[in-house]
Design a binder for this molecule. Structure first.
Ligand code: FES
Length: 247
């Protein structure tokens, strides 16, 4: 969650009453993390370029209208930022309601139960009820892509945060994935909908590691459950930086 890229001289600002000094160009989200303030997020990670799609990380900036995404908004000198207000809490709960209204409610039997960022974030924003119908929840059920021998893609559990698309691009440089369609019809697509096996995918697993839900999940996790312990290492064979997870 570092983009826009930090490059310039130091900039001082206030976040939730705390003074912080960071290089110019640092995102508000990263500046907040430096003073131990964790802003809710779903599409941002600490290693991928920020994208600003999930709208969970909204903040208030004194003197500015609207609620910008903190992951894509750079700091400015003298800025006064608030990350936790009643209005922000309400907005985040509303956004989370929309996600959950389009998500299967099978957490107790889901392979990612207890290891799911959507589940964690729903709890973090205090979601208790969902006011909206579950119109979209099932429209992609039964559309699993099981063509890859190592992992499965279940679009019904996908929140289209595009972390997998960015990981494929930025970590592996393969460009095997894209987002097709708009609104409820938008979905992650490999090889124009033909599936992972038909695509340029090299099975590096970067997309699986980047996924915040169980939309992309290793087949071993589906078969055997979440491991008690996992170690992530970077392959030293070449300079690409593929990562591997040993369980
Ligand atoms: Fe900032 Fe998703 S984390 S918009």
């Amino acid at each position: 969650f570092g983009t826009p890229e930090a490059t310039g001289e130091a900039v001082s600002l206030t976040i939730d009453g705390q003074q912080v000094s960071v290089p110019a160009g640092t995102s508000i989200m990263r500046a907040a993390a430096m003073v131990e303030t964790a802003i809710p997020k779903l599409c941002a990670t600490d290693s991928l370029e920020s994208f600003g799609s999930c709208r969970m990380c909204l903040v208030e900036i004194e003197g500015r209208k609207g609620y910008p995404a903190s992951c894509t908004t750079p700091v400015a000198s003298g800025m006064v930022v608030r990350t936790e207000t009643d209005k922000l809490r309400k907005l985040r709960r509303g956004v989370m309601e929309l996600y959950i209204s389009d998500h299967p409610l099978d957490c107790l039997t889901c392979s990612a139960n207890g290891d799911c960022e959507l589940q964690d974030m729903a709890g973090a924003v205090g979601l208790r009820d969902v006011r909206f119908g579950f119109e979209g929840a099932n429209h992609l059920e039964g559309c699993k892509d099981e063509s890859n021998p190592y992992f499965t893609f279940d679009p019904a559990k996908c929140i289209v945060c595009s972390r997998c698309v960015r990981a494929c691009d930025e970590v592996q440089g393969t460009l095997a994935l894209t987002v097709d369609g708009r609104g409820f019809a938008s979905k992650i697509s490999a090889s124009q909908g033909e599936g992972f096996l038909a695509s340029e995918c090299v099975s590096c697993g970067a997309c699986v590691q980047a996924c915040p839900t169980s939309a992309l999940i290793e087949n071993t996790v589906i078969e055997k459950g979440t491991p008690d312990r996992a170690v992530v290492t970077t392959c030293a064979y070449c300079g690409v930086g593929c990562t591997f997870r040993a369980e």
